[in-house]
Each structure stands twice: as C-alpha cells, then as structure tokens.
Design a protein. Sequence first.
Length: 441
Amino acid sequence: MRMVDIILKKRNGEELTKEEIDFFVQGYTKSIIPDYQASALMMAIYFQGMNKRETADLTLSMVNSGVTIDLSSITGIKVDKHSTGGVGDKTTLVLAPMVAAAGVPVAKMSGRGLGHTGGTLDKLESIEGFKVDLKLENFINNVNEYKIAVCGQTSDLAPADKKLYALRDVTATVDNVSLIASSIMSKKLASGADAIVLDVKTGNGAFMKTLEDSFTLAKEMVDIGTNLNRNVIAMITEMNEPLGYAVGNALEVKEAVATLKGNGPEDLFQLCIELGAAMIVLGGRTTDMAEAKQLLFNTINNGTALEKLKTMVRAQQGNAEQIDNLDLLPKAKNIIEIIAEKEGYVKVIDAEEIGKAALIIGAGRETKESPIDYSVGIILVKKVGDRISKGDVIAKVHINDLSKLEECKQKLNDAYDLSIEFPEKRPLIFGLVNKEGIHKY
Ligand code: URA
C-alpha cells in the first residue's frame, strides 16, 4: 500500500477501506508517514468528507494506536463527560463534584487547552500543588474511595489522535465533523468509561457554528459510542457568548466554587444541572431526569458538592485552603475596567474573540510549550440581553503585563455586538441526541 494512493483516492472523493485507514493511522503514529502526507490527507478529508463507516474505522484505529484503560476495578457505572470546547467552560469543576456527591462515580480524564483559554487541567492547576498526572492505580483508588478523580490523559492513550489533533490545529483542518467526532470519541473510548455525556457547543465560540452542524456532530459521536456498546448522550448547548462571567484559570475556579455554594451564574448552574442529571441517569442512580436534578440540587443545598471538590483537591495534593479562602488563589496585579464605546442591548458576545483577548494577556497557550499565567483573565460585566449605556463598565481585565492592555481592550470591545432592540434570547440547550435519535427542543 502507498500513502500517495490513499491521498489521491480521498482527494477524488472515493471511500477509504478499513485497511487503508489502519495503514495511515499506524504509519503516522510510528512516524513512518510524514507530516506533509498526513496534512494532505486531512485536507482531502476536510473537503471530501468521510461516511459513517470510515469515521467509525478511523475512531477504532486511533483507539488501537495506544493503550486502552481498564476501569473495571471501579465499582459502579463510570460516567465521563466531555465538552467539544467553549470559552469560560468550567462545567467539569462544578459538575464532577455534584455528580460524585450524588453517588455516581466520576472518573474523568481531561485535556489541556490549545488556543484561547486553558483547559480543565490548567484551571485545576491554578490551585497550589494540585496534581493532574496521577498513576492509573491512584486514579482508580481515588475514584473507589472518594467517587471522584480528574486527571490528564497519558501520552499512550490514543497517541494517533494526539499527533493528528496537533497537526490539524496548525493546518486549518480541525472543524470537520468526522475528524472531530473520531478525535473525541477515540479518547473517550480508550479511557474506559461505561457511559459518556457529551456537551456539544454551538455558536460563535464553538467549532460548530451552526445548529445543523452541531446536531450532525452530536449524532456522529453518539452513533460511534452506541455501536461500541457505550451509553452516550449528547446535549447541544449555547456558545454564542462565554459561559458564566469568568474567563481565565483562577478566576474560573472562583466562579466554579461560587456555583457550588449556590451563588454562581444562572447559565453555568443550569447547564451543570442538565448535564449532571444526564450523568446521574446514565450512571443508573435513577431513570427519572427530574429526580436526578433534585439529587443535584440537594448536593448544593447541603454543601456536599463543595465538600467533594475539597476532598478531590486534597486527594490530588492541592491546597484546599484556597477553596475555603478564594483570596489565596493567584491574583493579578491590576484590575482594569473596560468602558463601553457603544450603546444598546447586547445581542451576541463573540466568545472566540473573548478567548483571544484572554490569550493575549496570558490566560491560554499559543503553543503546547507556552506557560500559562493562572492569575489573569476577564470578568464580563455585561452579558447577552443586558442594556449598555455609554460609559458603563462592560468587563474587568485582570492583568499583569499592562503592555498587552490596549490589544486586549480592542478585542473585548469588538466582541460585543449591540442592537437597538432587545435581542431574542437563545435557549441554553437546543436539544439532545441519544441512541433513539435526535430530539430538538
Ligand atoms: N476536541 C478534540 O479533542 N478533538 C477535536 O478534533 C476537536 C475538539
């Protein structure tokens, strides 16, 4: 078999066989196939697409490129959750303790963020001492003992995806349904959970900008999981503005803790209740979504969810005092108010631009090696539907390097799209996809 023939076949819009896909994935993982040929194939797939069978074969081939984790020594149904990526998305920090406190084991393997802001691991690492590199044995022990652990994916888990995702990131080939679905599902399948809740973001801050594409991606991922005997549910959720008010690592930890205390932003709290209830149902604790939501409300009202977060922080060697006293978390030297240049109702906040504004001041990574400044970020003051008058504060920038302020400010102002009339409110959840099919709300 020759790689050039596989590229040609896909370039001409033909279907690849399982053997051709395996040849490419295994060869690329072992660096026998060079980046330039892999890039050409990714671009051909981007334009010609792949059918369901090819997508499933690519997923399995990437799972088989590394180890698969056996979580069978954890008692109960292990439920994982994955978001396709959004700005201000700190749901795992809130959801995981709530679901664990409601009695369903959460064994979560997370990634770091490339682009905009940090990923879940970066957010957790803004807590002093917090270890995300757990040995599998410790990860399993923690889930058995405390019902919760969040750790980083090891490099031997779906290594083909690790290489390919990094390549796609720099060759403009990320936002393709088949490539995203196989990338996410290969990691989820290799990391051993029995059931998976997917949060598929839709809107300007998501990979999938339109509802139609978001439902298609969700269906593709649910079908891959269902065919491999995993119970998978995907919810299509709003990303036409950042989630909550905080964007930036330590700032997001603070907002997550406020949410666990019952004082968080409404959109973040509601999303955690919806996704969490789906996790509780898949975890077999109840079959009734309303009861699952009540169980989650209880964990907030009786303080057990917050306690669970502290238990996890201690179990992973973090300083739980910083959760009790949020002032001990990293703090930026300056807090600068951004004043509105226009007036009207906030129609849309371009979440991607907000993410870039946060990246400029150091909240995210430009490259895999870039350091992150945990203390910096943005607190939005105005969200979609709010009225802005000239001179109002629209956001507060937590910043150390003031030379980056002007650029950040410009992006923030550009991100706000105002209208004269009160905008139509978009729902937080647009629908769900499960093994029975697509359910639009
Ligand atoms: N997240 C992933 O893990 N892979 C993608 O391709 C896109 C988002």
